[in-house]
Design a protein around this ligand. Structure first.
Ligand code: ATP
Ligand code: MG
Length: 558
């Protein structure tokens, strides 16, 4: 497995820590909440956490932050494991759940109460909010703040025992209601909630809050560097407070970095879930989704995703990365790796009148000129073929070098043909067939092949081609930043999916497995969809050939 080589500010901090002996080893963790499928933003966090551990010969844990039972499901746990593995990372025997620590978190809470650093509060959630104050006004102390240690211990034990109704009491850290940091104004650290937990069932009716459970889970696992996104910067004083309050030796260091935002999509699990639940997309792994499972189904490779995460870098300042950059990365990867084949997406029948009716020639075709070691294959050529409808124009403009009446083009890997006649549907006037002649002296690679023509078209032999469905994808949202409007779904692109059901691919593609990727000559990169197993060949367009990133980055001067 490749490690991250370029350095970033987090690596600089880690190296400083090693130099001054704050830590002698590096231990990170990726802590997803199992309340949805992972997206490309999580991929950035995964690459950073696992990549950093690899770089310093350290360890990285996978930890499910499952402290909020009402939203979490086993389906999500399984998908997250699959996605991390697919990206190429290995947590070894260090798969953990915050719920594994419920008992210890409870004991730490007892310790806090005994030290006079936590109290049971009977204010309602609404009252707690009103007491909290604002950025300019200090908060107001709860009337329950001065309860004795004995009373707090008794009440907290009875909270656990289920004596009180949901929401009627909470355990709060006793910090400072006048702190300029609102997170330190006696934050709630336990609440009562009767909800079935996917791992602990109904064993608990009190659940720890994230800001309390997270630092302690890190400490229990011996994490050194707790890397998270910038919205937690204001929570760091609380993170540190919790660890100090329970006397954790050599506590982990929280470090924040800017989350990844991508143009033309949304990135929060909550919003992605809405897209799934309201049927705007066909599930979490819909190839238009920015989820790891969607991108995988679309045909992205783990290498391209890791490359993208590496190239966008790690910074403190928030920014939006153009989705064209992600597309650029997969294009670069598949340019070298994907075999090039011919597929006709919008077929037009073409008959070569002077080609013998029963003849079939097998022509040599290189699989990828960028990677000669990928070898070659043979493709059948015969009298009736399909070409792309777009590649013919009856009245072409001047610079049209494709096929038109009386003009010549080369058929890729085959011969030069000339268009002699157009056949139209009598009723509709639609072009239904072309008649051409071929020049037998011009077979590609033959010594007699001396003529040059401007255009080269892809084609498939009608008799031998396999029918396929091809799904073309465009951006899921029309706007760069769909989230700037209240209802982000109003910015969905109505044309994000186009299904072409009468496509033809060359016979070499018979029996290909889901997940196999190709370049369809002149069109783009395509990946066999999992639906192939049920309904004949189905391809997803990963990305077209045209790279818009070069233009965008030139404009930005980067
Ligand atoms: P979402 O808002 O999408 O639900 P989250 O932060 O609530 O994301 P978690 O499951 O808590 O999702 O995230 C697990 C880890 O992934 C966290 O450390 C979080 O900081 C990181 N992460 C989440 N979204 C991004 C992002 N867009 N870019 C980088 N890291 C992210
Ligand atoms: Mg979260």
């Amino acid at each position: 497995m490749m490690t991250t080589k370029s350095s970033n500010f987090i690596h600089n901090i880690i190296e400083e820590h090693m130099r001054n002996n704050k830590y002698e080893r590096v231990h990170t963790r990726f802590p997803p909440e199992p309340n949805g499928y992972l997206h490309i933003g999580h991929a950035k966090s995964i690459c950073l956490n696992f990549g950093t551990a690899l770089l310093y010969a350290g360890l990285c844990n996978l930890r499910f932050d499952d402290t909020n039972p009402s939203k979490e499901e086993v389906e999500y746990v399984d998908s997250i494991k699959e996605d991390v593995r697919w990206l190429g990372f290995d947590w070894g025997d260090r798969l953990f759940y915050a719920s594994d620590y419920f008992e210890r978190l409870y004991e730490y809470a007892i310790q806090l109460i005994k030290a006079g650093k936590a109290y049971v509060c009977d204010l309602s959630p609404e009252e707690i909010r009103l007491h909290r104050g604002t950025l300019t006004q200090p908060g107001q102390e709860s009337p329950y703040r001065s309860r004795s240690v004995e009373e707090n211990l008794d009440l907290f034990e009875r909270m656990r025992a289920g004596e009180f109704a949901d929401g009627s009491k909470v355990l709060r850290a006793k910090i400072d209601m006048a702190s300029p940091n609102l997170n330190l104004r006696d934050p709630v650290i336990y609440r009562i909630m009767r909800a079935e937990h996917h791992r602990t069932g109904d064993k608990w009716c009190i659940y720890p809050m994230y800001d309390y459970a997270h630092p302690l889970s890190d400490a229990i696992e011996g994490i050194t560097h707790s890397i998270c996104t910038c919205e937690f910067e204001d929570h760091r004083p609380l993170y540190d407070w919790v660890l100090e309050a329970v006397d954790i030796e050599n506590p982990p260091q929280q470090i924040e970095f800017a989350r990844l935002n991508l143009s033309h999509t949304v990135m929060s699990k909550r919003k992605l879930r809405q897209l799934v639940e309201k049927g705007f997309v066909n599930g979490w792994d819909d190839p238009r989704m920015p989820t790891i499972s969607g991108l995988r189904r679309r045909g992205y490779t783990p290498e391209a995703m890791r490359d993208f995460c590496e190239r966008i870098g790690v910074a403190k300042a928030n920014s939006v990365v153009d989705i064209a950059y992600l597309e650029h990365c997969i294009r670069e990867d598949l340019n070298r790796r994907a075999p090039r084949v011919m597929a006709v997406l919008r077929p037009l029948k073409l008959v070569i009148d002077n080609y013998p009716e029963d003849r079939v020639e097998m022509l040599d075709a290189q699989n990828n000129p960028e990677s000669p070691d990928m070898g070659s294959r043979r493709i059948p050529f015969s009298r009736v073929i399909y070409i792309e409808r777009d590649d013919f124009m009856e009245d072409p403009p001047k610079k049209f070098f494709r096929l038109s009446p009386g003009k010549e083009v080369r058929l890729k890997h085959a011969y030069i043909i000339k268009c002699e006649r157009v056949v139209k549907d009598e009723q509709t006037g639609e072009i239904v067939e072309l008649h051409c002649t071929y020049d037998p002296e011009t077979r590609s690679g033959a010594s007699s092949d001396a003529r040059k023509v401007k255009g080269t078209l892809h084609w498939v032999s009608a008799e031998h081609a396999i029918k396929a469905e091809v799904r073309l994808y465009d951006h899921l949202f029309l706007k760069d930043n769909p989230e700037e409007d209240e209802d982000f779904t109003s910015n969905l692109n109505p044309n994000s999916l186009e299904i072409l059901s009468d496509c033809y691919v060359e016979p070499a593609l018979a029996g290909v497995n889901p997940g196999t990727r190709f370049q369809f000559l002149r069109q783009g990169y395509f990946c066999v969809d999992k639906d192939t197993l049920e309904s004949g060949l189905v391809f997803n367009r990963v990305v077209s050939l045209k790279d818009s990133w070069a233009k965008i980055s030139a404009k930005k001067g980067s």
